[in-house]
Design a binder for this molecule. Structure first.
Ligand code: ISE
Length: 337
């Protein structure tokens, strides 16, 4: 290994270029040595500002480029599996944006590849686990600070959704964060999903069922409800209230500063996840770089990516059929205990 970790970044869209900027500015000990994007001009544009970084259209070529010691995957979910498998074939540590794969079958193929290597090399980018408020809530729950958890009430709102966003993506791309957060906060698996959809907001693009209400049941008998609303118009909001036998705890109110002036009080609402979770993305990347330099990971693993994909799959079945749907999970291999 060199003194700075050489990273191939796969996908130069919104998240990929944000990570490239982050590696250059806020995360030490790493440098980007290759950038891949199907849009060659875009890859060149992102690589242009980075000394010695090559631009590629083929992810496999970027992963095989000289000096690559780790791989950060930020391409669309459907392209993740192939890129992760290329990286694993070279035994390189990976940070893969969520979802690991859109479907549980793809996540199982990644798991098989990792099991063959016998060590965990792939970390999934569920960045909320690195957010200071989520960390405090986790510590409180683990310490029994509000007693045994009974409910998690979650709200996940985006100001607007991109043009390519579908009704399914409210579950597989957005609620997947609450799925991971709930599993992690509670230390339990999600066992069943129900999805209800009210009349869509007039702000939703034609045919998109937004908002939706998703109910998760867990192996420990906790009920998690999620309001997902991706065209709320007013900003980006992620809130979670835990209700336990001995109290409640709530995060995400965004009350960093309350201004009182001219007979009014109030504050600002972040407009985007890259702003609300900027610190979490920084911390996630710093810890991953430090771990990857030692051939390890420092966060959610392939089991977490698989479990989230299995819950998403059940969620989509629940949404399409209108019925409560059980989550089907394989037995957890010892590598992930
Ligand atoms: C996006 O992909 C994210 O990961 C954001 O955190 C989430 O709020 C948004 O709904 C997703 O589309």
């Amino acid at each position: 290994m060199s003194s700075t970790l050489g990273i191939a970044v796969i996908g130069a869209g919104k998240m990929g270029s944000d990570h490239v900027r982050r590696i250059g500015r806020t995360v030490g000990g790493a440098r980007v040595v290759a950038v891949a994007d199907p849009d060659g001009d875009r890859a060149k544009e992102v690589a242009a500002g980075l000394e010695g970084a090559g631009a590629h259209t083929d992810p496999a070529a970027a992963i095989a480029a000289p000096g690559v010691e780790a791989v950060l995957i930020a391409s669309p979910g459907a392209a993740h599996e192939e890129a992760v498998l290329h990286a694993l074939a070279r035994e390189l540590p990976v940070l893969c944006e969520k979802p690991l794969t859109p479907d549980p079958a793809g996540a199982l193929r990644v798991m098989e590849a990792e099991l063959r290597l016998g060590r965990r090399l792939v970390q999934v980018g569920f960045m909320r686990r690195f957010d200071a408020e989520y960390e405090r809530l986790k510590e409180l729950l683990d310490a029994g600070g509000i007693g045994r958890p009974l409910f998690l009430h979650c709200r996940h709102r985006n100001a607007s959704s991109p043009a390519f966003f579908t009704s399914d993506m409210l579950i597989s791309d957005s609620v997947v964060h609450e799925v991971d957060a709930a599993r992690w906060l509670l230390g339990q698996e999600v066992t069943a999903v129900t999805v209800l959809s009210p009349t869509a907001t007039a702000a939703a693009p034609e045919g998109v069922r937004d908002p939706r209400f998703v109910l998760l049941e867990t192996s420990g008998g906790v009920i998690v409800d999620v309001e997902i609303f991706v065209n709320c118009g007013f900003g980006y909001q992620v809130q979670c209230e835990a209700v336990g036998e001995a109290g409640t705890a709530r995060i995400g109110d965004g009350h960093a500063m309350v201004v009182q002036s001219a007979g009014r009080w109030g504050g600002e609402i972040d407009q985007d996840f890259t702003v609300r979770f900027a610190d979490a993305y920084d911390r996630q990347l710093r810890r991953w770089v430090a771990a990857a330099a030692r051939g390890r990971i420092a966060g959610p693993d392939v089991w977490d990516g698989y479990a989230a994909a299995a819950v998403s799959r059940a969620g989509l079945t629940a949404a399409h059929s209108g019925t409560r749907t059980a989550v089907d999970l394989v037995e957890r291999p010892a590598l992930y205990h």
